[in-house]
Design a protein around this ligand. Structure first.
Ligand SMILES: NC(=O)c1ccc[n+]([C@@H]2O[C@H](COP(=O)([O-])OP(=O)(O)OC[C@H]3O[C@@H](n4cnc5c(N)ncnc54)[C@H](OP(=O)(O)O)[C@@H]3O)[C@@H](O)[C@H]2O)c1
Length: 125
């Protein structure tokens, strides 16, 4: 995370994040559930919560606290992916590759982030 530019890293398995940070402008919630509700605690007034997984709707509670909620949906974007590839080719976008996987026998899940490793990319057979 530090190599990606993160100033402060919190181990969520050891520390309750809402006790470690406060008054932040934006939370990108990749977890949902109780984590989403707890995320409201750390936002500054007018702060923005962006929930990614479907599920718990905290928009009412957020509005009562003067907070904003905005959902995003990732959609297939050929031109966008091409632009990302150009940025990677020109080394303006740093891509971490932990391992390559054969396209002939693709895994059910290509992300290995739960093992603490960066994303993997498929390769040609
Ligand atoms: N709306 C959209 O368009 C959209 C787009 C992409 C993804 N999503 C959804 O967003 C969610 C995340 O996707 P992803 O691809 O990023 O999944 P992922 O690769 O499994 O990453 C989830 C991350 O959350 C961390 N995490 C798990 N439990 C946590 C907790 N209690 N507190 C803090 N961090 C925790 C995990 O850490 P560890 O590695 O330690 O487990 C991991 O780094 C999925 O539900 C996915 O369906 C939605």
């Amino acid at each position: 995370m530090r190599s990606l530019g993160t100033d402060e890293v919190i181990d969520y398995t050891a520390v309750a994040f809402e006790e470690a940070v406060e008054a932040v402008d934006m939370v990108l919630d990749l977890v949902g559930g109780d984590t989403r509700r707890r995320s409201l605690e750390v936002l500054a007034e007018g702060g923005l919560l962006i929930p990614l997984p479907r599920g718990l709707d905290v928009s009412q509670e957020a509005a009562e606290r003067g907070l904003r909620v905005a959902s995003i949906i990732v959609e297939p974007d050929y031109r966008g992916l091409e632009h990302l590839a150009e940025l990677a080719d020109s080394r303006r976008l740093k891509v971490s590759v932990s391992r390559e996987l054969p396209l002939a026998r693709p895994p059910r899940r290509t992300s290995t982030s739960r093992a603490g490793a960066p994303l993997a990319r498929p390769s040609s057979p």
